[in-house]
Design a protein around this ligand. Structure first.
Ligand code: PA5
Length: 446
């Protein structure tokens, strides 16, 4: 079974796709020969084949140690340094991971921090941590990003007070650049165990490195299977023929629809466990393609929940949207609707049907309604939610993103626009070196 890509409800003619055949070959070469824009950041393409096996074993050992010694595992990171791990744990773990009984999850509670600047969030976190044994991993490629750096300072201080400096060092892991950055220096000085984010892998393409793998392994998920899936995806999506490669077809279809004025892509799913896969996907595509005045706006909805809110706009609002439905063909679990003699709710027509069957009809009915309403539908079908297909899906989306960015004519591996807010924030906070900008901004805010 493979990931399916279907576009029969997209209203696109064959010749529109054929036109892209040669261009896809060119972009494929640029990705594999590392000759295109951003070619310093193409390490993720071959990574499933040549990742560091020694480091991989250390990740497994660290995960075991954390599992044995901790009730809680804290992951500090933002953007590409956290979204992929959260996506995996939500998709493959228990729906109520942190509150279900320990037997059901066989791993520590996991909290993601360092992705916001909310005082309330951190005070509440500290309440949760009381009386629990903690381990922590701090993830930052640059080692200087403000949000995780602040969170790490808060939590490091807390852990050093509780465990002493050496005791805390036994429980803290750092994932960062091999040589550069404040975090690398701090980790060396404090004696933390460290893992590397390779130089040529950008944050949002790093989920298959230690960045994603350590937290995912701590959650008790089989990371060997994830890498197997990614390796098979490398072969499967490594062919340059558009007509044999569903991953490139997805990239092409998005560009065709964008060219027709469909500027918003809504990733829709029918399983709540896919919520963070969608968040990760938004980060990957938004940060990779939104530049030079171009880019599809990636949005997401969770059905059927959002059929009662965003469903109206999708069906009937401005026609600048296309929808990509991410389905799980065989969901992990199911439950049957019981017969009720009195039938006061009138639901006996559903008795003996399973919830997944009802959900599937909701999907089919919605897809046809939205297509009829002028929203082209693409479908990506994941055979099952397991570690192997998660690895495959990650690689599918990364490869499609690289291809899609090249087809659009942008560098999908940089993020120059992310710097602007930081500059203003530093200036307003009075960081040394930003004095005159600070003065000008404060003038404007008066
Ligand atoms: O994709 C990216 O490069 C970004 O989203 C980064 O992952 C994010 O800004 C965090 O950066 P860092 O890991 O350097 O703290």
């Amino acid at each position: 079974k493979e990931i399916q890509f279907r576009y029969d409800n997209a209203n696109i003619k064959d010749h529109e796709i054929n036109y892209y055949g040669e261009k896809v070959k060119q972009c494929h070469r640029a990705l594999h020969d590392k000759t295109g824009a951003g070619n310093d950041f193409l390490g993720w393409v071959d990574y499933p084949l040549n990742y560091d096996r020694e480091e991989f074993s250390r990740i497994l050992n660290a995960a075991q140690k954390i599992e044995k010694t901790s009730d809680v595992f804290i992951v500090v990171g933002i953007g590409g340094s956290y979204a992929g791990a959260k996506a995996a744990i939500e998709l493959l773990g228990h729906t109520f991971h942190n509150i279900v009984s320990k037997e059901k999850r066989t791993s520590p509670e996991i909290y993601f921090v360092g992705h916001n600047l909310s005082g309330t969030y951190y005070n509440h976190l500290m309440e949760v941590l009381k009386d629990k044994e903690i381990s922590l991993c701090v993830i930052s490629k640059s080692g200087t990003t403000t949000e995780p750096a602040i969170a790490f300072r808060l939590l490091r201080t807390y852990m050093e007070q509780r465990y002493g400096e050496n005791g805390a060092a036994e429980r803290i892991y750092a994932i960062t650049d091999a040589k550069k950055g404040a975090l690398r220096q701090l980790a060396t000085e404090k004696g933390y165990e460290t893992f590397v984010i390779p130089d040529d892998v950008g944050g949002r393409y790093s989920v298959l490195t230690a960045v994603g793998l350590l937290p995912i392994a701590v959650a008790g998920i089989d990371i060997k299977q994830i890498m197997e899936g990614a390796k098979d995806a490398y072969d499967l999506y490594g062919v340059d023929d558009l007509f044999q490669n569903p991953c490139y077809q997805y990239a092409v279809l998005r560009n065709i629809l964008y060219g027709k004025g469909k500027e918003i892509e809504v990733l829709a799913s029918y399983e709540p466990s896919l919520r963070y896969v969608a968040e990760w996907w938004k980060q990957l595509y938004g940060e990779s393609e939104g530049k030079d005045g171009k880019g599809i706006f990636p949005a997401s909805v969770e059905f059927s929940t959002d059929l009662h809110s965003m469903g109206q706009l999708l069906q009937d609002g401005r026609r600048n949207i296309f929808e990509t439905v991410l389905t799980i063909e065989s969901p992990r679990e199911d439950i049957v609707i019981p017969e009720d003699e009195q039938n006061l709710d009138g639901l006996n027509f559903l008795a003996a049907k399973s919830l997944n069957q009802v959900n599937h009809h909701a999907f089919e009915g919605t897809m046809l309604a939205h297509t009829d309403g002028g929203v082209p539908n693409l479908v990506i079908g994941l055979p099952e939610a397991n570690p192997y297909y998660f690895g495959k899906l990650i690689y599918f989306f990364e490869k499609a993103c690289g291809m899609s960015g090249y087809l659009l004519g942008v560098n999908p591996f940089d993020q120059p626009g992310v710097e602007d807010y930081k500059r203003n924030m530093f200036a307003l906070l009075g960081k040394p070196g930003y004095e005159s900008l600070g003065k000008a901004l404060n003038e404007r805010l008066k």
